[in-house]
Design a binder for this molecule. Structure first.
Ligand code: XBP
Ligand code: MG
Length: 233
């Protein structure tokens, strides 16, 4: 029987990628670095999951290079995490439709809730606190985040970590994802997965990227604003 729901954070709970992008850009400006990541570039960069990994990839692949910066990724990323927390605490993030309702109904039905995300733990705590209230972290039986596992999505490691901590088989859970990387990670751990594409992953719909999902929906819907099945589902 169904025992737990496991949620991705970025793109699934909230359209947080715009805030991550803003935080990266603010840090580039603070550090006197010339880059500003626009929406199109960031969409491509999101193929690399994890902020530190994304910075390393960008520095390694961009013309002009970035001598010395590879050694400062931890420093840049710490500043980015702090900036993101400030944006979120200031109210810049909202939950996507249906998320809060589904979590409430699931808990009433006796299901456990968990998180499986590439994003850093402070980002998870900031988002849950700002959107679901202080203490929201305690609504989750397990939070798997960031560097708790070595290999980030699309590797299944973070989902395996969460299943292990829940002490549940994959078949007793449903995962919620917004991206191809996320779906591949969840499927790799054997999880039935529902996909709600987000601003930065909508283009993956229809390219077969969400094949095998339980369903691909516009969002989780609200009374009076139902979800739509998305082409290919
Ligand atoms: C989200 C990510 C994260 C965030 C930034 O992927 O890739 O890297 O963009 O977070 P998913 P950090 O939704 O598939 O988990 O900078 O803290 O890594
Ligand atoms: Mg995501």
């Amino acid at each position: 029987a169904l025992a737990a729901l496991i949620f991705d954070i970025d793109g699934t709970l909230s359209e947080t990628e715009e805030l991550h992008r803003r935080a990266f850009n603010d840090v580039f400006a603070d550090f006197g670095l010339p880059w500003r990541w626009d929406v199109d570039l960031y969409r491509d960069l999101l193929d690399v999951a994890g902020g530190k990994e994304r910075l390393a990839h960008f520095f390694a692949t961009h013309e002009g290079g970035a001598p010395g910066l590879a050694d400062r990724i931890a420093e840049l990323h710490a500043a980015k995490t702090a900036r993101y927390a400030t944006l979120v605490a200031g109210g810049a993030a909202r939950l996507r439709p249906g998320i809060a309702r589904l979590m409430r109904q699931a808990r009433h039905a006796g299901l456990r809730l968990a998180i499986a995300t590439t994003t850093s733990l402070p980002n998870v705590e900031a988002l849950l606190c700002a959107t679901l209230g202080p203490g929201a972290v305690d609504l989750f039986a397990v939070i798997g985040a960031g560097d708790m596992v070595a290999a980030k999505k699309p590797a299944p490691d973070i989902y395996r970590y969460v299943l292990d901590a829940l002490a549940l088989p994959a078949g007793a859970c449903v995962a919620f994802e917004d991206s191809s990387n996320g779906l591949v990670a969840a499927h790799g751990a054997g999880l039935p997965t529902l996909v709600t594409p987000s601003l930065y992953t909508a283009h993956q719909t229809g390219a077969g990227a969400f094949d095998g999902a339980l369903a691909t929906l516009s969002d989780l819907g609200e009374p009076g604003a139902p979800y739509r099945h998305i082409a290919g589902a």
